[in-house]
Design a protein. Structure first.
Length: 233
């Protein structure tokens, strides 16, 4: 993961997918000027507000969370289907962990006689057995770590999709508070109408739907959790 300094936004650490990096569909062009203008109207910003900087911050957040959503089983539109911790564990064990462990055993010194090529000469180049075992061992250890994380999340009753929304909303809430300090970030009395009256809620909803579409919403429970994170009730 990309390391961040204490004064940098926490979400920048998500920008490095490490060994899971893979080709993704082209990302949309997030937060055009007309959207930024609408968000500024929602927050009650004056003409002196730094709209280019606001746009840059929101685009950074959008890019980071869009990549996360496209790369994780969260059930977000355009990404992988959502999986429960148990379903993920079954898939990881059946298709990755157990086959990796079998290959490690098959490539051990004790099992090598079955791969003997004597007295024939084979046309394909030989693999590096020690490197294979080393990488498979890393894969096995990595998946075991992930299984432990999923078990811990299940014990705490914390779904990844829920955590994603809380994390995403928290990043957006920080932007709202910095750029619209005169708007009250009220989180109490969650407005469940299609057109929320709270500037805070309207801003978060508009930003989220800009990135993930109109069917992506933050529930009252999500906003309550963000309020706890930010020390506001």
């Amino acid at each position: 993961m990309l390391k961040t300094s204490p004064d940098q936004p926490y979400y920048l650490k998500y920008s490095d997918l490490g060994w899971l990096d893979r080709p993704l569909p082209p990302a949309p062009e997030f937060f055009p000027q007309k959207t930024i203008d609408r968000l500024c109207r929602i927050g009650g910003a004056d003409d002196e507000s730094d709209r280019p900087r606001l746009a840059d911050e929101l685009r950074t957040i959008a890019d980071i969370y869009w990549v996360a959503a496209m790369s994780s089983p969260l059930g977000v539109r355009g990404g992988a289907e959502a999986l429960t911790p148990n379903a993920r564990k079954r898939k990881i064990k059946g298709s990755i962990l157990h086959p990796a462990e079998k290959l490690i055993e098959a490539l051990s010194d004790e099992s090598l006689p079955v791969l003997s090529e004597w007295p024939d000469e084979l046309p394909s180049p030989p693999p590096n057995r020690h490197a294979l075992v080393e990488e498979l061992t890393k894969l096995s250890n990595r998946t075991r770590d992930l299984l432990e994380v999923l078990d811990d999340r299940k014990r705490k009753g914390s779904a990844v999709s829920q955590e994603f929304k809380i994390d995403f909303a928290n990043a957006l809430a920080g932007v709202f508070e910095r750029y619209f300090p005169h708007a009250q970030p009220s989180r109490g009395g969650y407005d469940r109408t299609p057109n929320p009256s709270s500037e805070y809620q309207a801003f978060l909803t508009a930003c989220a739907q800009e990135v993930f579409g109109d069917d992506f919403k933050f529930s009252g429970n999500i906003l309550d959790e963000v309020a706890k994170l930010r020390g506001n009730r």
